[in-house]
Write a protein that binds this ligand. Structure first.
Ligand code: TYM
Length: 333
């Protein structure tokens, strides 16, 4: 009998630097749960990456658990996917060192996230912030992931991971799978509600700029009502209407309606009606997530058991890759 082809593997991660935003959800996490049946999936909370910005230790511990609970609440099913905490699989850091020795200073200097974060935290431009993409490459390559579902802001890091993998393969022998990025068709770059030139980010100092998955209905409505639009008053997607276009993108991603259908739906109506409709779609999407989040967080034993099993399963795969890499680069066995 013909053997079934092995499933392709997915790895992706999210930092536990706060509750996820609607951008995290539409750009990444929602797709993770949709890919679980077709792929072999590993999803992690990237708590080591969070250290590149100064964190309060107790808050980081709490947010790491909350992030894992939120992943489950967003539909990631531990019976189908491996869910784990990055720091609980030491091979990521070990491979990261080897990969950092195959990465050029110049390549890392070109990373826009490094430039943005250095500008944002001039008092703490640490070496980890600089070598962050090497750790991210290790996260992906240690599992030989075929596909990495991310928002558009992570594409540059992914490209670097591919280049480093290729360089390692050329310098030693074929070892790593070259990972492909996967951006969603709608919502790969959800923008700030206050400054639509920027991406929606949980680290924004203005809480009106983002919607959190834990925001209650009143908060969602208030933030959307305050969202920056323009003076034209027509629901129409256009480059010179980034605020309205962003809201249309959110509405489209959540309802499945195309942009022209949305334009037709709101033709002749003002932004007030449109914003209320967007808020309705967001509230409907968040309601089941929030209920499940509360349930998972309350069950400490269940979450602990999921994460322990996840770290063990991920560690087995990662350990095998690391052993192979160490042998190839000449570490004493
Ligand atoms: P992070 O925690 O910033 O974001 C998690 C995921 O959410 C996506 N995202 C967005 N998508 C659309 N619109 C937005 N406004 C928006 N904001 C965030 C991100 O693209 C990401 O997919 N370095 C990563 C975490 C990471 C990782 C990895 C990802 C660590 N190791 C290995 C993939 C593979 C990060 O900081 O994501």
């Amino acid at each position: 009998m013909e053997q079934q082809a092995a499933k392709k593997r997915i790895l992706s991660g999210i930092q536990p630097t706060g509750t996820f935003t609607l951008g995290n959800y539409i750009g990444a996490v929602r797709n993770w749960s949709r890919m679980q049946d077709e792929y072999e999936c590993l999803y992690m909370v990237a708590n080591l990456h969070a250290l590149t910005v100064r964190q309060d230790p107790a808050a980081l511990r709490r947010q790491t658990r909350e992030s894992a609970a939120l992943l489950l609440a967003c539909g990631i099913d531990p019976a189908k996917s491996i869910v784990f905490i990055q720091s609980q699989v030491p091979a990521h850091c070990e491979l990261s060192w080897v990969l950092s020795c195959c990465t050029q200073f110049g390549e890392l200097s070109r990373m826009t996230q490094f430039k943005d974060k250095s500008a944002k935290h001039p008092e703490n431009i640490n070496a980890g912030l600089f070598t962050y993409p090497c750790l991210m490459a290790a996260d992906i390559l240690v599992y030989n992931a075929d596909l990495v579902p991310v928002g558009a802001d992570q594409n540059q890091h992914l490209e670097l991971a591919r280049n480093v993998a290729q360089r390692f393969n050329n310098n030693y022998s074929p070892t790593f799978t070259l990972p492909e990025g996967y951006n969603p068709k709608t919502g790969a770059r959800v923008r700030s509600l206050q400054e639509p030139a920027k991406k929606m980010s949980k680290s924004d100092t203005n809480a009106n700029a983002y919607i959190l998955l834990t925001d209650d209905a009143d908060t969602v409505l208030r933030k959307l009502k305050r969202a920056v639009t323009d003076s034209e008053g027509a629901v129409r997607a256009a480059e010179d209407k980034p605020g309205v276009t962003n809201l249309m993108g959110i509405y489209s991603a959540l309802t499945g309606k195309g942009l022209s259908a949305i334009e037709a739906e709101f033709a002749g109506q003002g932004y007030g009606v449109f914003k209320e409709a967007v808020a309705g779609a967001v509230i409907d999407a968040l309601r089941p997530i929030q209920a499940e989040y509360a349930r998972v967080l309350a069950d400490k034993e269940y979450l602990d058991q999921v994460l322990a099993a996840g770290a063990a399963a991920a560690g087995r795969i990662a350990g095998r890759t690391l052993a192979k890499v160490y042998r190839k680069v000449g570490m004493l066995q």
